[in-house]
Design a protein around this ligand. Structure first.
Ligand SMILES: Cc1ncc(COP(=O)(O)O)c(C=O)c1O
Length: 432
């Protein structure tokens, strides 16, 4: 999956970047063929839990010095969470009271749970009263993140009222991150500006609640390591400021999420840049909150073509009034369902295969036949009655009602963003 404008006409050849290994791919193909017979018309996901484990292990091998806290907002599937908790080295990042309860329950039932319950960070700088009550009543989190004086006061009250002394969370300060190479910046909503940092550190000290961590989140769409390395530099300056003023000792640096799903060779360079920019002071632990990096490739979505319409359109590029064949297909899932990120983050979800007559035909096989197999400009629409419910325009083979489209890398910000608009049923979820 690549991020780009949905307006452009996407070539399937260019986007056909399957990372599924051959045997895993064969298993997946058999499963899809079995399930299209079973589901008849209803969209479904196939979730590869081993892929989730592999990606977490890959994160750990790229960044051995960083402890990952998986961001639940990305995809809070219970089996995914259990698979991660059972690894023993992945914590959870939560943003709401319900996510906190879910993370706590998964951790408590995991055989690998640490006895200290230091496995959850609450990174939303604004927490509901119910979330804070959960913490007060003993739902232990490692850290509560703040970025303003008001929230700092609320959180200090919570910590004072915590019933279990050993379960008292640390307080981490979220700072504004560097935004130079980021497509979807976050600083207008969250993050203390440089001039706000010292007053907040001083207030914390007056309240008797030391700030012991610094966090940031570069947002999605970081195109390289610069946003991270420059934000790490900012965070390091906060540690120095706190030390110089004798206010507090910063023990944790939290790099947030936004780790890109890019080619492995580029990832190694990315990891090296991060490693080189980390402070080498003893006693500063580094954590991060990857979401997309861990789950994106684990999900495959299979959606049926429920209608089609042939549209004659003018090829305006030539300006000669020539009409071309342009198909419009209506699918069982759309932008108000699994494809919300088309609208929110301009993500391009290109189908990687079609299922015709119960057989999976990978786009590669159409491309390989070259000119002998016609591809048509095809617009994919979702099932609701809204005209913005459009997935994009691609070059596809001719499709019939009842054929299916296969989308890979559908694990991040898909199921977690689904709405109930038009009462379209959510896809069934199968695991392997
Ligand atoms: C505070 C925070 N941490 C982590 C994440 C996860 O980001 P990603 O899935 O891009 O890694 C998010 C996503 O919005 C976030 O807001």
């Amino acid at each position: 999956m690549t991020e780009a404008s949905t307006e452009s006409h996407q070539s399937v050849a260019a986007l056909d970047t399957s990372s599924i290994h051959r045997d895993a791919e064969e298993r997946l193909v058999h499963r899809i063929e079995e399930l299209v017979r079973k589901e008849q018309e209803h969209s479904f996901y196939i979730v590869d839990l081993q892929d989730v484990r592999n990606r977490a292990a890959f994160f750990k091998s790229l960044f051995p010095q960083i402890t990952p806290f998986y961001a639940l907002k990305c995809n809070s599937d219970l089996h995914v969470l259990r698979a991660l908790a059972e690894l023993g080295y992945v914590g959870f990042e939560v943003s709401s009271a319900d996510e906190l309860e879910l993370a706590r329950d998964v951790m408590l039932s995991s055989p690998m749970r640490s006895t200290e319950l230091r496995d959850i960070v609450f990174s939303n700088p604004y927490k509901s009263s119910r979330a804070l009550e959960l913490v007060e009543s003993g739902c232990a989190v490692r850290a509560l993140v703040v970025d303003s004086a008001d929230e700092l006061r609320r959180v200090s009250g919570t910590i004072r009222r915590c019933r279990t002394e050993g379960a008292r969370p640390e307080v981490h300060l979220r700072i504004a991150s560097d935004e130079t190479c980021v497509e979807f910046p976050m600083n207008s909503k969250f993050g203390a500006r440089p001039d706000e940092v010292l007053p907040l550190l001083q207030l914390a000290s007056e309240l008797g609640t030391a700030i012991t961590g610094v966090s940031f989140h570069v947002g999605s769409g970081a195109s390289g390591s610069a946003a991270f390395t420059r934000s790490i530099h900012r965070a390091t300056k906060v540690c120095e400021l706190a030390r110089q003023h004798g206010l507090t000792l910063i023990r944790t640096l939290n790099l947030g999420g936004g780790f890109p799903c890019i080619e492995t060779s580029l990832l190694h360079a990315f990891a090296r840049d991060i490693h080189d920019s980390l402070p080498n002071q003893l006693g500063v632990g580094v954590i991060a909150e990857p979401g997309r990096f861990i789950v994106e490739s684990s999900h495959t979505l299979v959606v049926q073509v429920i209608g089609r319409r042939r549209a004659k359109s003018v090829q305006s590029a030539h300006g000669d009034g020539v009409m071309d064949d342009h198909w419009q297909y209506y699918m069982g899932d759309g932008m108000y369902g699994s494809f919300m990120d088309v609208a929110l983050q301009k993500v391009v979800f290109a189908p990687c295969a079609v299922v015709k007559g119960g057989t999976v035909l990978h786009m590669r096989s159409f491309i390989a036949r070259g000119g002998s197999f016609a591809l048509y400009k095809s617009t994919l629409w979702g099932p609701t009655c809204d005209s913005i419910d459009c997935i994009g325009t691609f070059e596809l083979p001719a499709l019939s009602v009842g054929d299916w489209l296969v989308f890979e890398r559908m694990g991040a910000y898909t199921r977690s963003l689904t709405t109930s608009f038009n009462s379209i049923r959510k896809p069934t979820v199968y695991y392997q």
